[in-house]
Every structure is written in structure tokens, then in C-alpha cells.
Ligand binder design. Structure first.
Ligand SMILES: Cc1ncc(COP(=O)(O)O)c(C=O)c1O
Length: 825
């Protein structure tokens, strides 16, 4: 095999633990035989969910197909066998193949209560914990929302809740200092109700809960598990609470993330509760997790509900029931997910064969390599590209950081790249990573340096989890996270680093089209572009129904909203959601035609036998009017009769209704919190996203196709395909001049009509969908190619948006062939 100097360097510097050299299969064999489906996808969201192996699934199918599993609550032989399997899955039948042994927990001391996941296990502790108004719920700032949510039970029972920072806990091992080295720094105490912040005396039956993650899912920081022993130590005074007196501290470890490489050793760190989700360990099955509970601590939990599975006896019409005796039997309501439980040992078998220590070393070598490389990236002006969260010192990172790297990127001028931009571009390069706060708001605020007032003003500005607002008030609202799994490879890490370098690091003398755009956005991008260049209108396309196919015409009337009837209709789901091709690609197969002479909108669909004809004049088919708000605009709309809605429901395969923007109503653009601020705030718009008209140039399309064609030499057969203008859903296509000259147009005259340019059109994944031969095909082109040279401040531009300047009298038409005079002043 040819030498790979980069890999050799990696192996020398970071690769001591890489690749499972002592396992039955090394990493390359594992990837080649058990993860064939990855192809050239780089999957780096193992913190979200790791991947199952194809061999694991084969074993599971074989097992399920050759065994009769009955409901474990019955007494038949197949039920008894299910019972045995479930029991075995909990306990320590064979080393590492089962849950308790995975955590080195003695079955005499701990029980494995199956739940639907880590969150369900956390909720179970929260809702059954013996809270009193003397109790405190203390948790580290770095915690998943599913841990923070326990606060609601505590506060609801009058208990106090305190978030804390753990300082230097990571130094404990090195200093052997034990308890005195742990510094717990409390934030303000939260309480509800009249008592406010009054600290209450604890009594011998006061129970407090302390929760922390074994590994932070935001930064990868591993918490020192000595914390368990320190907190449970009677003489340790917990800061921010009343003196301990006779109260008790119960410790919960959220091991959902950490267990994938380093499950807490419960023989050493005797936590009361540990929660885990199994898909984070070996990908499949989902919907199953566990609460590992110390026997004594489980007895503290006060359960209200009884159910099939947890009740020994009950009388239907008398207030009497008796719970089952076993700890698991008291908490596992209903029928367990026994098929999933029966599948667990196939996952544990993989971890066992590789060994957890080898998995940890393997993943850490990749994380250290990536961290190091990111830290060393600089722009041409010497400024650092990457800000890493967690430990910045790679020396420290190898043991105290898990296989997660979380970061943000900066431009040469120090401004931030938005994390959504990174995610969008990564996805175009077939790299799957995660961005945002990862459901860990405390870690997010802490690492990004967001104060309470920052957080509140972000919320005030409408920012919520999942949205696209990645930079607010000049600061990031989240981060980019890559996380490794046991099957990740050096090649994955390298491809990711190359992507970061090529997309975000500015190099010397990169006089690309992108730079020209940067320097003078939407000004002439090439020489010879000016009033003397001759352009012609090449085509006119009208899209009467938003997201459905349009029709091209030789000439078409203008109206005060753009091309007459353009985007005048839309489809809405029964819950009020606007349907678009993004979610409902079938809309692309609905063809439309407006016949002005007959006064009809005519629609056809391959799914409907008959074409549908709708009268343009308000007629028999119009139902009631209502007001709708979309894209920051208020619309007065009208619906149609049932027959019309049924036709469209059949055409798109889901229930929907057709609505029409009532053209005579004045639209207004409200001050909005929505991300999709209406750009053209002064103009009357139909159901367009941004502006009345979208114009593209034939020359720009040709240039794009040249670039796509040049990629073909490297790619597989006929890939990437060339695109025709329809992909961009333009209203107007012009020919003439140089590619991208339209970027510099300030205004344009077509025939006798004057238009103003509203700037470039920001492109999304929609242009990667093609509708050929009755099938929807999605790929990462042409957006990936456009991203390589048409990206500016997180947006990928192609085409320009226009607004009509003239007031429209009767009979104002555009015609194909008309001269287009561009003005760049
Ligand atoms: C640290 C941590 N805790 C808890 C959870 C919640 O796990 P689940 O959604 O599987 O219940 C997650 C999930 O990402 C996590 O990373």
C-alpha cells in the first residue's frame, strides 16, 4: 500500500492507542466489513447517537428470527424464556455482556431498572425523589436539559435548587488531594413560593440530590468521579446550603455521554443513581436505557403510580393495591421493551471484544489530533481560526477530555462564522456534525461567555433551541461539535480538518470570485460590465402556486405584486403549516398553467386522473376568508371548497387546503422576531419568500455548469450533473454579458419597466432537489459547488431579487426578447 505521510505523522504523534491492533479486527477491517453503508459519509455526531454495526444487526435479526419471545408477564415457556433473557441482560452472567457488569456494579448492591432512555431514568428519579422544603437539588452548570428538568420537581416541592461550578476537579487525580481539592462554587439559590431564599434546617429525613455528568456533552470535559465520594462524605460541607446537620446527600451521575468510552466504575465510585441510553454505546436499539440504582437509594424513591408490571394485587372498585417486591418490578411500568433488551448483548459483545479501554484510547487519539490541528490553524494575517471549548491545552486534554471537540470559527477580522454556516457547508461535503448548544444551556453559556443578560436578550430577540440564529449581538449562540465513535477513523478526522481548512481559513493571494464579492458585494464583479453591455430577456416563468411547478410564457402582464398571479396561491396543512417542496417534494410534480383568456388556473398531477380547473374570478369555489401571517407579512386569504382541497390532498399525499392571497388587500411587513425577515418591506408581495422577482443570468448558469463539468473528472460517472435554470425557480432569465454581472446591478430596465435590485438571492438545499422521470432526487449539488465560490457571510448567492419601481397601470407586460438595460451606479 502506498505510504501516507500524514497518517504516519498522526500515528507517531497521537496514534499510540489508535486502531485496535490487538482486537480480532482492526479499525480498517471493522469499517470495511461492518460499516459499508457509510460510503464516503463522514459521521461525526456520535455524541448525538453512535452507529450500529451491520454485523451486530445481522446477529440481532438472526436471533429474533430464530426465537419466540413472549410477553415476560405471562407464564408460557416462551414468556419464561423472555424473562430469563431480560434478567440476564440486567445482571452479571458473563463479563461485560450485561448492564450491571458494564458498570462494574455488584448485583447485591445495585439494580438495573430498564427505562426508555436516560431521560426517562432522570425523570423517574426526579418525580419519585423524597423532596421536602428542606431539600436541595444541586447540579453542575454543565448538564443536559434532561438533568436540569429535575429542578421542576424539586422547586415544586419547596426545595432549593442550586447550580454549581466544580473548580479544578480534574486536578484531583494528579494531586491525590481527595476531598479538600474539590471546590464547589454555587450560583444563586433558586426557590419558589413565599419562602424565597430562606435557608431551612435539615433534619435526619432530609434528602438532597447532587447531579453531574460523567462527561459533558457540550465540551467533552470529563468530571472527576471522586466527586461522588466527596459529596457523600458526611464531614464535607456543601456550599450554598444550610449546614449539613443530619441531612443526606444522594448522588446521580448522568453517564449518557461518558459511558460510550468510560462507564463509571461503581465498585469504586458508589453513586446512588446512574443513567444511560444504550444507543449512545452501540447505536441500536433506541428507546431503551437504564437507571442503575443502589438498592438502598432505590428504596428512598416514592412511586405514586402502579400499573401492569409493577402491581402484585389490586381491587378495581376499592382503594387497595399492593406493589411487587423487587426493586426493578416496582419501577418498570407496563411491558418492557423486551425485544430491545434481548438485542442488547449483541452490542455489549462488540464493546467487550474491543475493550472499553481500547475504545477510549482509539477515540481519544482522534480527538487529540483534531483538537491540536484546530488550535494550530491560523489565517493569512496570523489570527487564530478556531476557539476551542473545554480545555485549550492539548497536553491536558488526553485524559480529562472525552472524544468530543467543540469549537467556533473566526474570520481573519475576528468576527465569528455562524455555526449554522459551518453545519450547512459540512453537510454539503458529506460531513455530519452537530451545532447549537446540544441541549446543555449551562455549558453553552459558560463556554461562550454569555451572561444572563445576553441570554435574556437573545431569548427576547426570538432565539430558541433549533433555530438558525447562530450569531446575535456579535456573539455566537452555540458551537460546532464533532464527536467520535468506536468506528471513527483517521480518514474521517482528516477529511473533517481538510474541510475546515478549505472552507474557513483564508490563505495568501486567494483572489477568488468570493473575495471580489466580499470586497464589493453586488457591484460589478467582472470587467466589461456596465451600461454598454447588452442583455436580453430570455424567458419568463410564472409559479402560481408556491412550491409547485411553474409555466413559461412569451409575454406576461405585470401587477403590483410582480408577475400577475405569481405565487398567489399556497397549500397549507390542516395544522396551518405552509407546505413547501422542502418537506413535501411531491409538490414539484404538480404542474400549473394560468389561462388568462379562459380565466382559469389549471393544475395537473400524476397522482390525479383529472386535471383541476379553478376560476380566477371569485366564483362558486371560494370558501371563507381569513388573515394569515407568513414571512413577516399579513395576508388576507381565501379558501376553496372541499373538492379542491381533496384534489390537492391526493396530489401531495397528505391532507391540505389551497388558499389564495386576496390581491386587493394591502400587505404589510410587520416588525418580526422571525428569522425570515421580509427583505422587501415596502412592497406588496404574494407568497414569495423575499421579493417580487427573481432574476438569473444564462451566463452565470453556464459558468456554474462549467465548474460542475470540471468536477466530473474526479467524480463517479456523470456526476455531478449539470443544471438548467429551472433548478433556481427564476421568474426572469437574461442572456448577455459576463457571468455574475448581475451581482453589480443597482437597477435594471426591462422594456419600459424599471426595477430595483434588492441584492443577491441566498440559496438553500432546495436547489439540490431534481424532479426527473417522476422521481425526486436529492444530492449536494449544485449548492456544494456554489458554496466554494459564491459564499459571503454565511450565505450562498445565486441570482438577484428585483422589485418593480413603476406604478402599474393596465396592460403593462414583459416580453421575451426585450432589451434589459442594467445600471450599476
Ligand atoms: C449528557 C446527556 N445526558 C442526557 C441525555 C439524554 O439522553 P436521551 O435523549 O437518550 O434520553 C443526553 C443525550 O444526548 C446526553 O448527552
Amino acid at each position: 500500500m502506498a505510504a501516507d505521510p500524514e497518517k504516519e505523522l498522526f500515528l507517531k504523534e497521537f496514534g499510540q492507542g489508535y486502531g485496535y491492533p490487538n482486537a480480532p479486527k482492526n479499525i480498517d477491517e471493522i469499517r470495511a466489513t461492518e460499516f459499508k453503508r457509510l460510503n464516503d459519509v463522514v459521521y461525526l455526531d456520535h455524541g448525538g447517537a453512535t452507529l450500529y454495526s451491520e454485523l451486530q444487526m445481522e446477529h440481532i435479526f438472526k436471533d429474533l428470527n430464530s426465537t419466540l419471545y413472549g410477553n415476560p408477564h405471562s407464564q408460557s415457556s416462551c414468556s419464561l424464556m423472555t424473562n430469563d433473557i431480560v434478567g440476564e441482560a440486567r445482571r452479571q452472567a458473563r463479563l461485560y455482556l450485561h448492564v450491571l457488569s458494564f458498570f462494574n456494579a455488584s448485583p447485591g448492591e445495585y439494580k438495573c431498572i430498564f427505562t426508555s432512555g436516560a431521560t426517562a431514568a432522570l425523570k423517574l428519579v426526579g418525580e419519585t425523589f423524597p423532596w421536602s422544603s428542606q431539600s436541595t437539588y444541586m447540579y453542575t452548570m454543565e448538564n443536559h436539559n434532561s438533568v436540569l428538568g429535575i429542578r421542576e420537581y424539586a422547586l415544586g416541592k419547596g426545595a432549593a435548587a442550586v447550580a454549581v461550578d466544580i473548580e479544578d476537579a480534574a486536578d484531583l487525580d494528579r494531586r491525590h488531594g481527595g476531598k479538600s481539592d474539590v471546590k464547589i462554587i454555587p450560583h444563586t439559590v433558586q426557590r419558589r413560593g413565599e419562602d424565597g431564599c430562606r435557608t431551612k434546617e435539615q433534619t435526619s429525613d432530609t434528602y438532597n440530590l447532587f447531579a453531574f455528568p460523567s462527561e459533558c456533552n457540550f465540551s467533552g470535559r470529563r468530571f472527576n468521579l471522586d466527586l461522588v465520594n466527596v459529596i457523600k462524605e458526611d464531614s464535607y460541607e456543601m456550599p450554598g446550603t444550610s449546614p449539613r446537620h443530619s441531612g443526606h446527600w444522594v448522588v446521580l451521575i448522568d453517564a449518557a455521554k461518558g459511558s460510550a468510552t468510560s462507564p463509571p466504575d461503581l465498585s469504586k465510585y458508589k453513586a446512588d443513581f446512574v443513567v444511560v441510553s444504550f444507543y449512545k454505546l452501540f447505536g441500536y436499539p433506541t428507546g431503551i436505557g437504564a437507571l442503575i440504582a443502589r438498592n438502598e437509594s432505590a428504596k428512598l424513591l416514592k412511586k405514586t403510580y402502579f400499573s401492569g408490571g409493577t402491581v402484585a394485587a389490586s381491587i378495581a372498585d376499592v382503594d387497595f393495591y399492593k406493589r411487587r417486591d423487587g426493586i426493578e418490578e416496582r419501577f418498570e411500568d407496563g411491558t418492557l421493551s423486551f425485544m430491545s433488551i434481548a438485542s442488547l448483548h449483541h452490542g455489549f459483545r462488540i464493546l467487550n471484544a474491543l475493550t472499553m479501554s481500547a475504545i477510549s484510547r482509539h477515540e481519544m487519539s482522534l480527538a487529540s489530533y483534531v483538537r491540536n490541528a484546530l488550535l494550530n490553524l491560523t489565517h493569512v494575517n496570523g489570527n487564530r481560526v478556531c476557539t476551542l471549548y473545554g480545555l485549550n491545552d492539548p497536553e491536558l486534554s488526553s485524559n480529562e477530555m472525552g472524544p468530543t471537540v467543540s469549537f467556533n470559527l473566526k474570520r481573519p477580522d475576528g468576527s465569528w462564522f455562524g455555526h449554522r454556516e459551518v453545519e450547512k457547508l459540512a453537510s454539503l461535503s458529506n460531513i455530519q456534525l452537530r451545532t447549537g448548544c446540544f441541549c446543555n444551556p449551562g455549558a453553552c453559556a459558560k463556554h461562550l461567555g454569555l451572561s444572563h443578560s445576553d441570554l435574556l436578550s437573545n431569548i427576547e430577540a426570538g432565539h430558541v433551541c433549533w433555530d438558525d440564529r447562530d450569531i446575535l449581538h456579535g456573539k455566537p449562540t452555540g458551537a460546532v461539535r464533532v464527536s467520535f465513535g468506536y468506528m471513527s477513523t483517521f480518514e474521517d478526522a482528516r477529511k473533517f480538518l481538510k474541510f475546515i481548512e478549505s472552507s474557513f481559513v483564508s490563505l495568501p493571494a486567494q483572489a477568488t470570485h468570493l473575495d471580489l464579492l466580499r470586497a464589493t458585494p453586488f457591484h460589478p464583479a467582472a470587467e466589461g460590465v456596465g451600461v454598454n453591455t447588452r442583455y436580453f430577456l430570455k424567458s419568463i416563468t410564472v409559479y402560481p402556486i408556491k412550491s409547485c411547478a411553474g409555466f413559461s410564457v412569451e409575454s406576461w402582464p405585470l401587477s403590483s405584486t410582480g408577475l400577475l398571479h405569481d405565487r398567489e396561491w399556497l397549500l397549507k396543512s390542516l395544522s396551518g403549516e405552509i407546505l413547501t417542496q422542502k418537506k413535501v417534494p411531491e409538490m414539484g410534480f404538480i404542474t400549473t398553467l394560468v389561462d388568462l383568456k379562459l380565466g382559469l388556473l389549471i393544475v395537473e398531477s400524476p397522482r390525479c386522473k383529472e386535471k383541476l380547473q379553478i376560476e380566477l374570478k371569485s366564483g362558486q369555489s371560494i370558501a371563507g376568508r381569513e388573515v394569515m401571517e407568513i414571512y413577516s407579512q399579513r395576508y388576507e386569504v381565501q379558501g376553496y371548497c372541499n373538492e379542491v382541497d381533496i384534489w390537492f390532498s391526493n396530489a401531495v399525499g397528505r391532507s391540505c387546503t389551497l388558499v389564495r392571497s386576496y390581491a386587493s388587500q394591502n400587505h404589510m411587513c410587520a416588525q418580526s422576531r422571525s428569522i425570515r425577515m421580509c427583505r422587501d418591506v415596502d412592497t406588496r408581495l404574494n407568497f414569495v419568500n423575499e421579493a417580487q422577482f427573481l432574476l438569473i443570468s444564462e451566463e452565470s448558469i453556464a459558468d456554474l455548469n462549467n465548474r460542475l463539468r470540471s468536477k466530473k473528472h474526479n467524480g463517479p460517472n456523470n456526476w455531478p450533473p449539470e443544471v438548467n435554470p429551472v433548478r433556481f425557480r427564476p421568474n426572469l432569465v437574461v442572456s448577455g454579458g459576463k457571468p455574475y454581472a448581475e451581482d453589480g446591478w443597482r437597477s435594471v430596465r426591462i422594456g419600459e419597466r424599471n426595477f430595483t435590485s434588492m441584492g443577491g438571492c441566498n440559496r438553500c438545499q432546495m436547489i439540490n432537489t431534481s424532479f426527473t422521470a417522476g422521481t425526486v432526487q436529492r444530492s449536494n449539488e449544485p449548492l456544494a459547488t456554489l458554496a466554494s465560490y459564491r459564499r459571503l457571510k454565511g450565505k450562498i448567492f445565486f441570482g438577484i431579487l428585483l422589485k418593480l419601481c413603476d406604478s402599474i397601470e393596465q396592460d403593462a407586460w414583459l416580453r421575451v426578447g426585450q432589451e434589459v438595460v442594467a445600471n450599476t451606479d
